[in-house]
Design a protein. Structure first.
Length: 143
C-alpha cells in the first residue's frame, strides 16, 4: 500500500512538472486545445498600454482596435492624443507567427507600424504583446 501511495505521488509530481513546462507564453495559458493562430484570429480592443519605462499610457488612447483574420490579414485603427492633440491612424497589412509561434510579425501598408512583437499571453479572450521598443499592450475581444 505504501509503495502504491509513493508511486502515485511521483506520477502526480511528474505530470505537474510536465504540464507547467508546457507553458509556451510567459503569462499563459499553461495548456490550450486551440492553436495559437486560432486564438489570435479576432477583433481585439486595447485594455492596457505600458511604455518602455513602465508608465501606464492607456489613457492616451481613445480607441485602439486590432483585427486579425484567419487568412493572415491585419487591420489597426487607433485614436490617440499626444500633448493634447488628437490623432487618428488606420492601416491594413498582414500578420504571421514566427519563432515557433512565440512572436507575431506585422507588415502594414504604412511601414512605420511594421514590426515583430513577442506574445506574452495568448488566450481566446486575452492577448498581451511586448513590442520591439519595449512597450507592452494588452487586448481583449471587441464586443
Amino acid at each position: 500500500m505504501k509503495k502504491t501511495g509513493i508511486g502515485l505521488i511521483i506520477v502526480l509530481l511528474a505530470a505537474t512538472t510536465m504540464i507547467t513546462s508546457c507553458k509556451k507564453y510567459q503569462y499563459g495559458p499553461a495548456l490550450s486545445i486551440h492553436s495559437p493562430k486560432t486564438r489570435l484570429v479576432n477583433s481585439w480592443t486595447l485594455t492596457k498600454a505600458i511604455d518602455s519605462s513602465g508608465t501606464d499610457i492607456t489613457d492616451n488612447f481613445t480607441s485602439f482596435d486590432l483585427i486579425l483574420s484567419k487568412a493572415g490579414g491585419a487591420q489597426m485603427n487607433i485614436e490617440f492624443t499626444v500633448l493634447g492633440v488628437p490623432f487618428n491612424m488606420s492601416t491594413v497589412g498582414t500578420w504571421t507567427l514566427q519563432n515557433k509561434n512565440m512572436d507575431i510579425r506585422f507588415d502594414y501598408d504604412q511601414n512605420i507600424y511594421d514590426g515583430t512583437s513577442t506574445i506574452l499571453k495568448l488566450k481566446k479572450d486575452e492577448l498581451w504583446l511586448l513590442n520591439e521598443d519595449g512597450s507592452e499592450v494588452h487586448f481583449v475581444p471587441k464586443v
